[in-house]
Design a protein around this ligand. Sequence first.
Ligand code: GLC
Length: 416
Amino acid sequence: MTDAVRELYDRNRQRGVAPWCGFEYDFVCPSMGTYPFQWFWDSCFHAVVLSHIDSGRAQIEIRSLLANAQPDGFVAHVTFWQREKFEDLLSTYAIAYRTPYLSDCMQPPVLAEAVAAASRGPDGDAFLAEVLPRVRRYYDWLDTVRDPDGDGLIATLQPDESGLDHTPKYDRYLGVTAPTLAEMTAAWERVAGPYDTVQREPAAMFSLDRFVVEDVFVNTIYAENQRVLGSLLARTGDREGAAALCARAARTTDALVSKCYDPSSGLFFDLAGLREEQLRVSTVSSLVPIVLEELPPAVVDALVRHLSDSSEYATAFPVPSVAMNEPSYLPPAADSKLVWRGPTWLNSNWYIARGLRRHGCVDLARTIEDRSVQVVERGGFREYYDPVTGEGFGARDFSWTALALDLLIALEGDCT
Ligand code: GLC
């Protein structure tokens, strides 16, 4: 697995100097065929993987990601380093731009976890001193710009900001009536179009109330990463910063439990619109909060019950991105361009398996880790997998699927 990951990360490595900003870049792109640019949360996962094979490259991956961090703290969800080389491909994307080379969206804030992994090497302290001010500014940007109601939960303003682009949990809210790419693109334009009329100014976008989602997946990652950032700040001696971030992490976790958890179904649901209506569709988002250490035991038990139920999530190759008994569940199809409507992804498995371990459910964690490794060994690094057959689909040579290496290390840790 280590050799296969090394080869993959050499094939997908992009290096050069960008004339538009004058900076050097060196990063792993998600997939040469479909995603040749630098994506935010993908790059964070790549840094986690790189920390096992080359900690120097893990740090370089993060340097490239932060190279174009904005003075206000914002970091784009895509940096189009070599835009001119891929104009044809770019014309097929639905993306909102801040500049021709930077998108104007966020993605799930996995940055602190990536920095923690990249700082485990020998020169980790110097690396932290270099990047932490920008990392802190990024989380402060999320807190001040993306949490206008101050409840501890940040809001996404477009479906692609959650990284779960076509998930059925947004269908009703977006007015999507059929699972086709044309419907999804039209829905995206109904949201992003009006934003142009307010020059994409965040407060004005919020008041339009076209798509305001306090997303459970995003906020779970936000809570966990604030906690991790708190411990990184403590490591550098910034006690005040550490206390502030840990308090913010606790506030986000409390808000997830008090506002998004539904005790009657035992699932977490996103909150939509300024009226904060729960989007009651059972997807992998409903389960990822299991990674949070402070979750009440009764909530953990409920999530474990769903993960163990073969009519919902306990498939041969778990964890499907949508519960199998949801009417919107769609098995993967070779000609589909839709993502997050049923298949199993390795990044959500990475969170869920760790969460299960944290709460002592080692057997279930091992099953998820073992099957995640199996699908990669059988079908290579694909974008996602059929939860029933384990067959791979979507992009080939897909870089974050190499998180299988991290899952394998956890699995083997039990044997030593
Ligand atoms: C798709 C995914 C998104 C990912 C991107 C690049 O758009 O939905 O989460 O970041 O591809 O891999």
